[in-house]
Design a protein around this ligand. Structure first.
Ligand SMILES: Nc1nc2c(ncn2[C@@H]2O[C@H](COP(=O)(O)OP(=O)(O)OP(=O)(O)O)[C@@H](O)[C@H]2O)c(=O)[nH]1
Ligand SMILES: [Zn+2]
Ligand SMILES: [Zn+2]
Length: 325
């Protein structure tokens, strides 16, 4: 369970995370069940145990891990990745590294230094995110983290983006959801390689999950990696994944005031996409005011208006993506 936001199965400790690739039966009915091989956590080892009350803990191996080579990853010692920038061979895949030996110690006593659990979890996440970021940069891969409340239209926007960008550049998708392969199945049907990260009770993706997903995806140099975070306007804002950019999607059915009510999410965004523009005539939503609210917490943020179902405004989104390279 994550000591930072209180959710289970994510962050530094506890079980529950599964990383899986949709099965080969392309176009199979989306039954909502996780298929193929799924692992508990990204290291492939079950790590379940109960605590009488929530507390975070660290694993000695995490503290001792050499800085230059994270947990048996595809990264090279200097974090740059293979020099030829080719996709990573499967036999160099991440999960078998020396991560997370058994046993644990309370976070606030490890090393004899008192550090708040939140600081420790976020510091560890930032370390892993930095490794993700340098590896992505070394391969010319741009990762964009899409965040929104549930149902704002992230997957719909991804489906259209995959279809519209087909042939222009390789696109891979990391799908974050608490349960099911539903979104991954949709993405696969749209034609893109996809890895599903099920966070169990967890309410956000973190840098370790991103690392596991990137390893499973093994993207080609120059790819665009679109990350669909867990539908949640709160916790994902805390966790850097090592992405190039953060995008918040808000739909016109959610209310004009969202940037004021969830300021951290909007303050950290590089782009705000206002979706479901086709529904504007039917709802009480003020685009100009919502934009002003977003800018009140993030003065320079770009704001685009789109309809992921009709395609209106999507060209501006593609222009923005192209500008990330
Ligand atoms: N009218 C309209 N409906 C949309 C638009 N984009 C998405 N939807 C609908 O909104 C609903 C939710 O869309 P999804 O793409 O699944 O939303 P999501 O953000 O991926 O949802 P979670 O993964 O659960 O967080 C679906 O019924 C979509 O068809 C849009 O631009 N206009
Ligand atoms: Zn949370
Ligand atoms: Zn979705």
């Amino acid at each position: 369970m994550c000591g930072t936001c209180g959710c289970g199965g994510a962050g530094d400790s506890g079980g529950g995370t599964r990383i899986a690739v949709p099965s080969a039966d392309d176009g199979a009915p989306a039954d909502g069940h996780t298929r193929d091989h799924a692992h508990d956590r990204t290291d492939g080892r079950a790590h379940g145990h109960d605590h009488p009350r929530p507390h975070a803990h660290v694993h000695p191996g995490d503290l001792d891990r050499p800085r230059g080579h994270p947990y048996g990853s595809p990264y090279e010692e200097d974090g740059s990745g293979p020099a030829d920038r080719t996709p990573l061979p499967a036999d160099r895949a991440f999960p078998e590294g020396p991560v997370r030996p058994g046993g644990h110690v309370p976070a606030d006593t490890a090393g004899g230094v008192t550090v708040s659990v939140e600081e420790r979890i976020l510091a560890k996440n930032e370390d892993l995110a930095a490794r993700n970021r340098s590896w992505l940069a070394a391969h010319g891969i741009v990762a964009v983290n899409l965040m929104s409340s549930p149902g704002a239209g992230k997957t719909t926007l991804l489906e259209r983006t995959i279809r519209d960008l087909a042939g222009r550049r390789p696109v891979g998708v990391v799908e974050g959801d608490q349960e099911t392969m539903l979104d991954a199945d949709r993405i696969k049907r749209a034609g893109s390689p996809v890895v599903q990260v099920n966070t169990g009770a967890g309410c956000h993706l973190d840098a370790e999950m991103m690392h596991g997903a990137l390893t499973a995806l093994s993207p080609a140099a120059g790819s665009l990696i679109l990350v669909e975070n867990v539908g949640n306007l709160v916790c994902p804002a805390l966790f850097d994944l090592g992405e190039r950019s953060k995008v918040v999607i808000i739909s016109v059915t959610e209310g004009t005031d969202k940037p004021l009510k969830y300021p951290y999410m909007f303050a950290g965004a590089d782009l705000v996409v206002i979706n479901k523009l086709d529904l504007l005539p039917y709802v009480d939503f003020d685009v100009a005011r919502c934009t002003a609210y977003a800018r009140s917490v993030n003065p320079d943020v770009r704001v685009l208006t789109v309809s992921a179902t009709t395609g209106e405004g999507m060209d501006l989104w593609y222009d923005w993506v192209a500008g990330q390279y």
